[in-house]
Structure formats: C-alpha cells, structure tokens
Ligand binder design. Structure first.
Ligand SMILES: Cc1cc2nc3c(=O)[nH]c(=O)nc-3n(C[C@H](O)[C@H](O)[C@H](O)COP(=O)(O)OP(=O)(O)OC[C@H]3O[C@@H](n4cnc5c(N)ncnc54)[C@H](O)[C@@H]3O)c2cc1C
Length: 372
C-alpha cells in the first residue's frame, strides 16, 4: 500500500492517535536510554533539554545537534538557519537518515568498499540543483519524517567512501515519494519505511560537507553514533533485568520468592554483570569520541556489539525467570525480547561491526591507555 507525504495510512499525522502513541513510546525510549551523555559535550547541564528535545524525534539529529560549542556540526551556518528552526518549531516533525537500499545493506557500511556494490541512488549535478534518483528501504522514521539525510552517489565510478555524498532533503521536495511502512515484529511503534526519489530536485546548497565526503562525515561528525545506538539497546536489556528482578522478588515458588532460588539468583547476577560491563564499555567509547581519539570509532563499534548481545541475552534470561509469563502479553518481556532482536542488525549487523572494528584496529593510529 502506498501512502502520501506526512500521512499514516491515508490519515494526517497531526493529531493521529498513532502519532501520540509514538510520542509516548519515544518518551519511554528516553527513560530506558542508558545515560552516556555525561561524557559528551552536549550534556553540559543547560544543554540537556535541548538535546533531548531534538533527540526525542531522531537520534540522527546528532548531525545537527544544537550544541554551538561543539565544532563537529556537519551543517554550515546557512544550513542550520534553513533547516533547524522549522524542524524544531514543528513538534510533530521527525527526521531520518536514508542509506540502506534493496541491493545494499551491509555493503554501504564501508567494509566491502568497492565501486561495484549494488548501491543505486545517484545525485547528478544540474546547474544549481542535484537530481536524485533511487529507492531506500528499512529507514527509521521513513515515510513520516519531515527531514531526510540521504546518501547518494555523486561519482558511481568510485567506492561509496569516496563517491558518496549526503543531502538534506525535506519530504515536500518535488520528486520525493513515500513508499510503504514495513510490518515488523520488533520496535513496532517506531516506523521503518521505504521511499523513492524520482528526479528529485534538491538545491545544491543542501549538500552536506561536500561531494564525496561520506566517509569523512561518518568518521568526523558522527564519532559517537555507535555509542548512542549501544546506549539505546542497553536500555532494553536493563528494562528486562528490572522487570525480572521485581518479578523474582514478588513471585513465590518452592516456599520462597524466586530471587532466593539459586538458579534464578544466578541468572539475575549474570544479567547485572553483563549490563554493567556493557555500560562501562559504552561510557568509555563515548568518552573516547568526546576526546576525538582516533580509536573512538572502533571502540564504538565494539560497544554496539557488546550492548546488543548483552540486551538480547538479558531478555532471554528474563524470559527464563518469568517462566510461562514470559510470552504472555500482560508482561513486557516478550516485547523486550522482540525489540532486542532488531538491534542485532540495525546500525550495521554485529558481524559487520566486528569486521569494521578489526579493520580499524589493524591500522590503529595510537597506542596507550585510551587505545587497546
Ligand atoms: C530496526 C532497523 C532500523 C534501521 N534503520 C535504518 C535507517 O534509519 N537508515 C538506514 O539507512 N538503514 C536502516 N536500517 C538498515 C540496516 O542498516 C541494515 O538492515 C543493515 O545494515 C544490514 O543490512 P541488510 O539488512 O541488508 O543485511 P545484509 O547486508 O543482507 O546481511 C545479511 C547477513 O550477511 C552478513 N554479511 C553481509 N555482508 C558481509 C560481509 N561483507 N562480510 C561478512 N558478512 C556479511 C551480515 O552480517 C548478515 O549476517 C535499519 C534496520 C533495522 C533492522
């Protein structure tokens, strides 16, 4: 089924109950987002609310986070003036980043960095515009976002790292067409969608950083993005642990609360240990990113793997502790388990994260206590 711009199933997003439901889910996500920001410049006390206000609507707004003292802003002053105020003023607005395509999932991650990958979206210069053509899929907030950061090839003869560019594309740009929402088993209240670019005319001034700067943009402007993804998924693991702990304290079997049964206590202990390790891993990675340490990217990739595997295992163990209740809809653990599954693949599959980390480590630029 096809949907029009800014609509959900033909209905306007404004005032849509689904949109309100999403809002509360986003707030819940914040509640369960592990706090790594104390190690990031954005969190200087008076900046917290600004950052969350933006973040509530898309983690990817890291690209334009309104933290003036952080010199890593990808947008120029003019681009900030053009895109940020209308976005911030519209409380229904969300943003999205569009890279994944039917033929290029892991292949756009930069590990197999070759010109022959099946990445089809192109941007061809036409006077003071670029003409974008292609199809994107699996995009978080896709089909409902107001502002898209879209990766397209400006030079298809080069690997994506050198011939890939990023454009800021408002969804009402002529030639931008929403496709469909993917039905999925996890994170069901967050949308993932497909969209099309059909001779989509984007002003040249919407090019971010410069032509062929995808690799630089990823490494220089988004060094903390993997830590952020890791922090999000770890929150799911923590939620599962907290629910299981509470359940174990209140349900009695064998004449005592479950928490006093050693088999259950061992599982809770394992969850606490894993969560703590993953949390420290994330904090270290985020801190390295703040220090602009050359090993930050590799550490972030590893932290994402560690957090998503921890969350998945914590949800599995929580399921064991709940017994039959684990799959009943009146308890949230079955949902946590489904949600944890998605993070094994989003932000790059864990396999690709490990491969990229090893590639970075094998050419690492520094040794010492902040490296490995
Ligand atoms: C919840 C969710 C949200 C997402 N949000 C976005 C978004 O906002 N924007 C966006 O652009 N994309 C988004 N994606 C897409 C995501 O980035 C891709 O799903 C991911 O990169 C994997 O691509 P794929 O699904 O095509 O899997 P594939 O690339 O087909 O991978 C299939 C399997 O092959 C393995 N594999 C692939 N290549 C290699 C290799 N070279 N070496 C070894 N093993 C390999 C993988 O590890 C995996 O096990 C999202 C995905 C999910 C699930």
């Amino acid at each position: 089924m096809e949907y029009g711009p800014h609509s959900l199933g033909g209905r306007s997003v404004i005032g849509d109950p689904r949109s309100q439901k999403m809002q509360s889910v986003m707030n819940l996500k914040i509640k369960y987002r592990e706090s790594f920001r104390p190690f990031a410049p954005a969190v200087k006390a008076d900046k917290v609310s600004d950052w969350f206000e933006i973040d509530r609507r898309s983690p990817y707004m890291l690209l334009v986070a309104p933290v003036k003292e952080d010199k890593r802003l990808a947008m120029t002053e003019e681009q900030q003036q053009k895109f940020i105020p209308p976005f911030v003023e519209d409380l229904e607005a969300t943003s999205a980043i569009g890279i994944t395509e039917p033929g290029a999932g892991s292949d756009h991650q930069g590990y197999y960095d070759s010109a022959d990958i099946d990445f089809k979206t192109t941007a061809v210069r036409d006077g003071d515009h670029y003409i974008l053509n292609g199809t994107k899929r699996y995009i978080s907030n896709g089909c409902m976002a107001k502002l898209y950061f879209i990766v397209a090839r400006t030079d298809p003869s080069l690997p994506l790292s050198e011939g890939g560019s990023v454009f800021v594309v408002p969804s009402d740009t002529p030639g931008f067409r929403n496709g469909f929402f993917h039905e999925k088993s996890s994170q069901r209240l967050a949308t993932n969608g497909t969209f099309h670019l059909e001779d989509c005319r984007v002003p040249a001034e919407n090019l971010l950083v410069g032509e062929g700067m995808l690799a630089e943009l990823r490494s220089k402007y988004m060094p903390g993005s993997k830590s952020e993804a890791a922090a999000t998924v770890l929150g799911v693991g923590r939620a599962a642990y907290e629910y299981a702990m509470n359940y174990a304290k209140n349900r009695t079997q064998g004449g005592k609360p479950l928490v006093e049964l050693q088999s259950v206590a061992l599982m809770l202990g394992t969850m606490a240990r894993m969560l703590d390790s993953a949390r420290l891993h994330i904090w270290h990675a985020a801190w390295l990113a703040d220090q602009k340490d050359p090993n930050a990217a590799a550490k972030g990739l590893l932290a994402k793997v560690s957090a998503s595997e921890t969350a998945f295992e914590c949800c599995r163990l929580a399921s064991e502790i709940l017994g039959g209740a684990a799959i009943m809809y009146e308890h949230p653990v079955e949902k946590y388990l489904r949600d944890a599954t998605s993070f094994l693949h989003s932000d790059g599959t864990n396999q690709l994260c490990l491969l990229r980390a090893v590639k970075a480590l094998s050419t690492k630029k520094t040794d010492g206590i902040y490296g490995f």
